[in-house]
Write a protein that binds this ligand. Structure first.
Ligand code: GDP
Length: 712
């Protein structure tokens, strides 16, 4: 048995994940790269007598240390030195894929090229001569189709052969730069060999190339070695004088020249007339006039689907929970534990878990956008609008992901090259309606705007986007001044989504929602319930029990009145409700609510919803579970939250105000924490204050204006 570690590298969307799954099947483990929050996936498989560990490197376009993904990838290759790096090539985009592959080749590490997406290339009429490519580069090349698991075994065989046959001395796997550059590289190599202790240098040629490029990390590593730094500065100057360009540019151009030469040799276009389906689809979907309305329509359709289709399973779950809770009510002996279980835990978790179907649908739609390639188009369509706030359309992708959850969205900003863009994008992501806010909307919009709930929710999402854009504009002109970064947007081809991949994506993200059920939402529910249950010895403003007893007597005497059963039951229920209302107002939670109520009163938000807002800081789903406990307790217990809300003092106007507040106020603790990690404590604090202030002001304006206009 030998242990072999292979690392998968490649551009985003080249099929890395598919290949990783093909290689490792179910044997996967997901963690983080040390020190940074980039996801690290590892897995293993067995092949003949070999034990193979597979590490999935982050998707990148280059190995220059600009983004965190690039640094992680590079560090792994040059420090951990995997036995083989498998470079996944998108065959339909050979030139771009080779740019990364060639930089990996330059590190001198053993490698294999996987020519993936050969089917896509073929459909575009592109034919790649794999043997010739392998011969030109002296690197093994294997053709694969990742989503159909084709070529995986041949890939493993090639990897093992590479491990066994690789020898450092033998490989001449270098990019041939122009003559002057090669001379300079040789000069630096000579100098390095004489002036650095051997074991300090990863590879002389590679280090020399990086020194020519003024690579920050390499310069930092060699900062003690003054003579090397002076020497490389001198050589850089020589290139500058010779080409009248920065050495970085000269080297990049040389690399592209080298790659262009190779692709010319190995690619042949078939004669049959190319019908580029993607181009045709794009004629419509990214059309100047039609593109934007179609985009808005897709987003609107997504919410309609989420709401209308999701309503059925939601009802089933809801009735299931009611039945379950009635059943428990019958079989359990009365007492504290029973109350905690039914009114605390089940009421709290139950009021949130019924949204699982909606959230599954939402995530399914987002996965569909991603997998078909439409997500990139949306960035393209939003490009002009994003430029208004000094951001590139590329920043819109993290924003769209924010519809799912702010945490991965904040992380997705790492693909942005400029630090300012990253901070700016992160600061506006919390205004995107994450999936945790959805239950709040569904409850409130469903209760108060039943017929138009989907449209109301859609408008909330739009308001979030609009405020994000306005805030971005303000930040850009006041806090984060600077030039727009130039960037060419890549539009990947449209792909038929694979149902399996859609489901995996959807499930991966929904799992987080379920995890919260057992975590923050459970704990939150128990705390809220406890605070709303104690103290027990409450003195009421009147003797309710006596009054109810009186009513009962009256009832037995006046049996001749019409509808007397109904009237009597209503009266008793009203009294019980009144009593419960008074009780809860006198509990701890009532006192807390009353204390913070003045802050929210001008927004038309009562004390119970105020408490829900505060508890929602932990996770926005908790807003609903808190309301489930507080309003549920105030009314007949088996009634659904929405009925309870209808009979409370809440009006459609105050519901809008509450939804706007929930949309805009600070993101949950976890999101705030990830903002902190990705930017700094100051920015996280700033975000907290900014979002909450905006939330208050917007709700205030809307509520007060509404009242003046007579909607109160
Ligand atoms: P990653 O971003 O590099 O991890 O790429 P994924 O593995 O997620 O693949 C992106 C999309 O391309 C998914 O929808 C895959 O099903 C699809 N895909 C992967 N490999 C191939 C392939 O060889 N041919 C085709 N047609 N699609 C592929």
């Amino acid at each position: 048995m030998t242990d072999i570690t292979i690392a998968l590298s490649g551009n985003p969307n080249s099929g890395k994940t598919s290949m990783f799954n093909n290689l490792t099947g179910a044997h996967q483990k997901v963690g983080n790269w040390p020190g940074v929050t980039v996801e690290k996936k590892e897995g293993h498989c067995k092949y003949k007598k070999h034990n193979i560990n597979v590490v999935d490197l982050p998707g990148t376009y280059s190995l220059t240390p600009f983004s965190i993904e690039e640094i992680v990838t590079r560090d792994f290759i040059i420090k951990e030195k995997p036995d083989v790096v498998v470079s996944i090539i998108d065959s339909s985009n050979l030139e771009r894929s080779l740019y990364l592959a060639m930089q990996i080749m330059e590190t001198g590490q053993p490698m294999v090229l996987a020519l993936n997406m050969t089917d896509v290339a073929k459909s575009k009429g592109i034919k790649i001569d794999a043997e010739k490519l392998s011969a030109l580069l002296d690197i093994p090349v294997v053709s694969t189709v990742g989503n159909k698991n084709k070529g995986t075994n041949r890939l493993i065989a090639a990897v093992i052969k590479e491990v066994e046959a690789f020898s450092l001395e033998k490989t001449g796997r270098d990019i041939k730069y122009s003559k002057e550059v090669e001379n300079c590289i040789s000069l630096i190599i000579d100098h390095l060999q004489q002036n650095t202790p051997d074991n300090n240098i990863f590879s002389y040629r590679w280090t020399a190339v990086k020194l020519l490029e003024n690579d920050e990390l390499i310069l930092k590593n060699l900062q003690e070695n003054q003579s090397v730094l002076e020497m490389s500065a001198k050589v850089r100057q020589r290139i500058k004088d010779f080409y009248q360009e920065d050495p970085e540019i000269v080297l990049t151009e040389d690399r592209y020249g080298f790659i262009a030469g190779i692709t010319k040799e190995v690619i042949s276009h078939s004669n049959k007339k190319r019908v580029d389906i993607s181009k045709n689809i794009d004629l419509v979907l990214t059309n100047r006039l039609l593109g934007f309305p179609i985009f808005i329509f897709f987003i609107w359709a997504m919410f309609q689907l989420t709401f209308t289709l999701g309503a059925y399973p939601m009802e089933w779950l809801d009735s299931g929970i009611t039945v379950f809770s009635l059943f428990l009510g019958k079989i359990l002996p009365g007492g504290l534990l029973k109350d905690l279980l039914i009114d605390g835990i089940i009421a709290g978790i139950g009021s949130v878990i019924i949204f699982l179907p909606n959230i599954l649908i939402l995530f399914f739609c987002i996965a569909l956008f991603e997998d078909t390639g439409y997500m990139a188009r949306s960035a393209f369509l939003m490009d002009r609008i994003m430029h208004m706030i000094g951001l590139h359309g590329k920043s819109f992708i993290p924003m769209l992901m924010g519809f799912g959850c702010s945490i991965p969205a904040v992380m997705a900003t790492r693909t942005l090259e400029s630090k300012k863009d990253r901070i700016l994008t992160i600061l506006i992501i919390p205004f995107m309606s994450c999936s945790a806010k959805l239950p709040v909307y569904i409850v409130l919009a469903g209760t108060f705007f039943a017929a138009n709930a989907g449209t109301v929710i859609f408008c909330l999402y739009l308001i979030g986007i609009a405020l994000a854009i306005i805030s971005g504009r303000i930040f850009k002109s006041k806090l984060l001044k600077g030039e727009d970064s130039p960037f060419v947007m890549e539009l990947p081809p449209y792909r038929m989504p694979m149902i399996k991949s859609l489901i995996v994506h959807m499930w991966d993200r929904s799992k987080m929602f379920l995890k919260k059920m057992g975590g923050v939402i459970l704990i939150g529910s128990i705390i809220i319930w406890t605070l709303s249950y104690f103290p027990k010895n409450i003195t009421y403003s009147m003797d309710y029990e006596n009054k109810i007893a009186q009513l009962k007597v009256e009832y037995s005497q006046k049996t001749d009145l019409p509808n007397h059963v109904e009237k009597f039951e209503n009266k008793i229920a009203n009294l019980q409700r009144q009593k419960e209302k008074e009780r809860i107002e006198k509990t701890y939670i009532g006192k807390i609510g009353k204390a913070i109520e003045p802050v929210f009163q001008p927004l038309g938000i009562d004390w119970r919803a105020s408490v829900a807002i505060v508890t929602g800081i932990v996770a926005k789903e908790v807003v609903v579970s808190t309301m489930g406990i507080l309003y549920g307790v105030g009314d007949q217990k088996s009634e659904a939250l929405s009925k309870a809300l209808q009979s409370s003092d809440m009006t459609p106007l105050s519901a809008i105000s509450l939804m706007l507040f929930v949309l805009l106020y600070l993101p949950c603790i976890a999101a705030l924490f990830s903002i902190w990690k990705e930017t700094s404590a100051q920015w996280a604090l700033f975000n907290l204050f900014y979002t909450t202030t905006v939330a208050w002001c917007v709700s205030f304006l809307v509520y007060q204006t509404g009242r003046i206009l007579g909607f109160g």
